[in-house]
Design a protein around this ligand. Sequence first.
Ligand SMILES: Cc1cc2nc3c(=O)[nH]c(=O)nc-3n(C[C@H](O)[C@H](O)[C@H](O)COP(=O)(O)O)c2cc1C
Length: 290
Amino acid sequence: MIGAEKIWWFGGEYTKEDLRRMDPVFLRALFRERIHHTIEVEIFPILLGRKKLSPGFGLQPQLILDIWKERGFSDDAPDFEWGKKYLALAEKLRAGEKIEIDESLPAPFTNQEMAVVHKLIWERRSLRDWVSGKKVPDDMIERILEAGRAAPCGCNLDIVRFIVIRDPEEAKMVWSDIPTPMEQCVLIVVCYDKRIYEIVGHDRLVPHNQLLDCAAAVDHMCLMAHALGLGAVWLSKTDKTAKTFKEKYGLPDYIEPVLHLAIGWAATGSIKSLRMPLADMMITRGKPDF
Ligand SMILES: Cc1cc2nc3c(=O)[nH]c(=O)nc-3n(C[C@H](O)[C@H](O)[C@H](O)COP(=O)(O)O)c2cc1C
């Protein structure tokens, strides 16, 4: 089987020449997306014998990787390492070899580990008053951002982008319904790159996933902030705030700020908000649900 000549999906196609000219940010996103949609989610029905292996299985992302390397870009980053593992499996399948996905399965946590998970999930709370002048160390901010990076993201497109604001003057650009002066905390503005969904037409198919990606990242970051002993709160933004922020911060049009996460050393606690009982949150269908 010779390589693919182009890549295609429900809404369009890119030729080799298109890929050779494409902005590397898009090309890389397309690589992850093609690995995800043409190998990662396709491989299970094939292994279960429910779907036939197509002769070109895995060749689309292979073409992207070949062009990526031909253009002199490094393929060492973790997203490429992940993609290359799937490319290797696809190659074996095309050669008629048997494959095994030799990766670990989830194992139940020990009681001790479960106690930590429980503490994290149930003790996290929104905090809205921070100690003035007590700096949140950079390594803590980095750990929080890393937690955001680990969150799930639609189609593996990695569209979420972060801006860290420590400067009190810049912090004032962020509207908030919290009366606490924003200069007492670090702000992480969670944004997404609008261009990436456009390259695969996902802006027409699942545009809301862009917001969901940001929300997933923020949730992970809040949990990490809590584990580090910091107080954090989501801050909604309005379209007007986003516009002002974009203008004052000089953000390109394609970067869309979605929400802000305020983080600091909590000065005052909060009464942990409790949820409605699970039974009141269930939509039942006239029979026990589980
Ligand atoms: C999408 C979203 C937007 C939020 N926006 C704000 C906000 O603008 N200001 C604020 O004080 N809290 C905000 N919060 C925090 C919620 O008020 C808080 O999560 C909720 O009251 C439950 O309390 P808990 O986080 O302490 O469990 C937001 C939370 C979410 C998920």
